[in-house]
Design a protein around this ligand. Sequence first.
Ligand code: DHB
Ligand code: FE
Length: 281
Amino acid sequence: MAKITAGVATSHVPAIGAALDSGKSGDDYWAPLFAGYAFSKEWIAREKPDVIILVYNDHASAFSLELIPTFAIGCAEEFSPADEGWGPRPVPKVIGHPALAWHLAESLILDEFDMTIVNRMDVDHGLTVPLSLMFGQPEAWPCKVIPLAVNVVQYPPPSGKRCFDLGKAIARAVESFPEDLKVMVFGTGGMSHQLQGPRAGLINKDHDNAFLDRIVSDPVAQSKVAHLDYVREAGSEGIELVMWMVMRGALHETVRQVHRFYHVPASNTAVGHLILENPEP
Ligand code: DHB
Ligand code: FE
C-alpha cells in the first residue's frame, strides 16, 4: 500500500528561485538562507520519495480572478513552469502521477471535500521554489509531484481547520492506494509577510516561532486558529500558512521533528522550514 512517511513545510518566495536560477545563491544575502536547506537536500536524497503531494497556492498564474477554485488537484501527466512575467523559470517540467491523483480526487470527493479536478495547469513559484529548495538544480525532478492548489489569494480562503481536515482525508486516501509508494506531503507558503497596503513589510518573528512550535506539538489547537488571526499576526500573505495545516493534518498527531529553520528576510518574507517524520509502524 502507499504510505505517507513525512511532511515538509517551506516558504516559497519567488526571489529565492531567481537567486538560484541566476547563480546568486552564494551571495552574502542568500547564503544563510540556502544553508538552512543543506540538511534537507541530504535528507530527501536519502529518503527518496516516489511521489510528493505538493500543497501550494497559485499566484494568478494558472487561475485568474475569473476562476478561483478553493482546492484544486492536478491530475495531468505533466505540468509546465508558469510564465510569471519574466518568462518561465528554467526548471524541469513537473511530472505528475495521474493514477494516484485520480484516486485522491475520488477518495477526497466521496469523503465530502469538493475538489476541482485540473487536467491542464502551469505551476508557478508556489510549487517550483519548494522543489528547488529541496532538490537543487537537477536535470529532471527526481520524483513525481501531484500539485494541490489552495486559494489564499482572493478572500475568503479556507479555514485552517478545513485545511487540517483535508490533510486527514489525504492520509486516508493515500493509505487506500494499493501500490507500494513512498509519499510525502509538502505544505508551502508563509511565514509572516505582507506585500501590500499600509502594513507592507510586516514580519512577526514571535508569531512565526510560536506557530513553528505549535504546529509540531499541538496541531489540533493550531487548527482552531481563525483565519483573521493569521492575517492580523502574520500579514495578508501570511494566510499562506493555512497550507502548512494540510501537510500537518496528513501526518500522525505525534511526529518526529527532524529539521527546523527560520530566517529573516528573504525578499519581503520571513522564511520558515520544517521536516516532520511519521513514526515507523
Ligand atoms: C514574496 C513572497 C510571496 O509569498 C510571494 O508569493 C511573492 C513575493 C516576497 O517576499 O517578495
Ligand atoms: Fe506567495
